[in-house]
Write a protein that binds this ligand. Structure first.
Ligand code: ADP
Length: 390
């Protein structure tokens, strides 16, 4: 049985999913190696939820991402003797040039390495497993799928910062991220909500990372994320939009190092920083602490503000779509956000919202409210299949 492996590599974890190709793409299993270099733990579950692996490993045997990739590869070969037809990787940055997924070769890899300075925390981790696989299985085609590509069609006006033009030429521009999620959701709309799919839609990807994307007839025209995945909405641990003067103040007046500021705005801010309790919305919803409530109020307020901004980019709004961990699973957060969209015509149907139906607005709501679960891995598997068959 031919399979496609989808890889999503982060700094200390390697997530993967396996799809069979026969009879259309279908998911076989989903797993991750966590605690790479510290307390490696491989967990894999089948599509039916059955536990296929739950193993701890010696940190010396899994010190880094290439080692983790080799481990997962060996485990897969043992468990699944089928043919590996291709590997699809989530790669955060396609830079200014890559407007669609691409088959990897040395030239492309060298290009993607040039984008490391644009995403120093993520791009090297995304590229490491590609190199590891090339070393041992050079025969297997690999595909890079970018978080930026879907936003490639943004207008120059939308993509610029108001700084001297030569910075734009060297890559300092608003790229936008979560593109694979938005592409998946945009692809589902014609089938799920044909009357609004061709119109003006905001998709809210609300997970541990969070952003909004403005879709005009299914194409991204604006995003709340920009040069990095820090901008726009406050997130689990990232600050979201912040006056650049605050960063200058921290560096200049507080004597913080660049590394300390980086840690602060990526790992200690957002819901975690504001609440002082947790980055997890579930924990904050259950907490009786005023700071937990305040962090959630701020999050909802900023989503409302940013929705207004994106509605302006679209010249009005026909639908608002909730997706990702918070958007798909929390009726409470959806209700709070919907209340911020009333001026745009939103009327929530509390019963459909509680059930998590596809449509959660009332029939007479001017703004359609939808819940559409995302599937970035399936999107990567599809791109991979189409490129290896081309
Ligand atoms: P990632 O961005 O890491 O892929 P997800 O899209 O799965 O993550 O989102 C993870 C976040 O979703 C969690 O941090 C949590 O805050 C939130 N979440 C998941 N389930 C619920 C729920 N039932 N209620 C509220 N928030 C939830």
């Amino acid at each position: 049985m031919d399979i496609i492996l989808v890889v999503n590599a982060g700094s200390s974890s390697l997530k993967f999913e396996v799809f069979t190709i026969e009879g259309g793409l279908s998911r076989l299993m989903k797993g991750q190696m966590e605690g790479i270099g510290t307390a490696p733990h491989l967990r894999v579950k089948g599509a039916d939820g059955a536990v296929l692996a739950d193993e701890t490993h010696d940190p010396a045997a899994v010190p880094d991402l290439p080692a983790a990739m080799n481990h997962v590869g060996a485990w897969l070969r043992e468990q699944h003797p089928g043919t590996l037809a291709g590997v699809g990787h989530r790669v955060v940055h396609g830079g200014p040039d890559y407007e669609r997924p691409v088959l990897l070769d040395e030239t492309v890899l060298a290009d993607l390495e040039r984008y490391v300075p644009l995403a120093p925390l993520h791009q090297p981790n995304n590229l490491a497993p590609i190199r590891a696989i090339r070393q041992f299985r050079a025969d297997v085609p690999q595909v890079a799928c970018f978080d930026t590509s879907f936003h490639h069609g943004h207008s120059a006006v939308a993509d610029h910062y108001a700084i001297p033009e030569h910075f734009f030429a060297e890559g300092v521009r608003r790229y936008g991220f979560h593109g694979l999620s938005y592409e998946y959701v945009a692809g589902r709309l014609p089938e799920l909500a044909p009357d609004v799919a061709g119109g003006r839609v905001i998709v809210a990807h609300l997970g541990s990372g969070a952003s909004l994307c403005a879709l005009s007839a299914g194409r991204s025209i604006e995003s709340t994320l920009g040069f990095t995945a820090l901008d726009g909405l406050p997130m689990g641990t990232r600050c979201g939009q912040i006056d650049p003067g605050v960063i200058l103040y921290l560096l200049d007046q507080k004597g913080m190092t660049v590394h300390e500021v980086q840690d602060l705005i990526y790992k200690e801010s957002g819901l975690k920083g504001l609440s002082g309790i947790s980055n997890d919305v579930r924990v904050l919803l259950e907490s009786a602490e005023p700071a937990a409530g305040f962090a959630l109020d701020h999050f909802v307020y900023r989503i409302g503000l940013n929705a207004g901004m994106l509605a302006a980019s679209l010249g009005g709004l026909d639908a608002f779509v909730f997706t990702a961990g918070i958007g798909e699973n929390s009726p409470d957060m959806r209700a709070r956000i919907a209340a911020r969209l009333e001026w745009l015509g939103a009327k929530l149907d509390p019963d459909s919202n509680a059930r998590g139906d596809l449509v959660i607005s009332t029939p007479d709501s001017r703004l359609r409210l939808l819940v559409v679960p995302t599937d970035e891995e399936l999107m990567i598997a599809r791109h991979t299949l189409s490129l290896i068959r081309a």
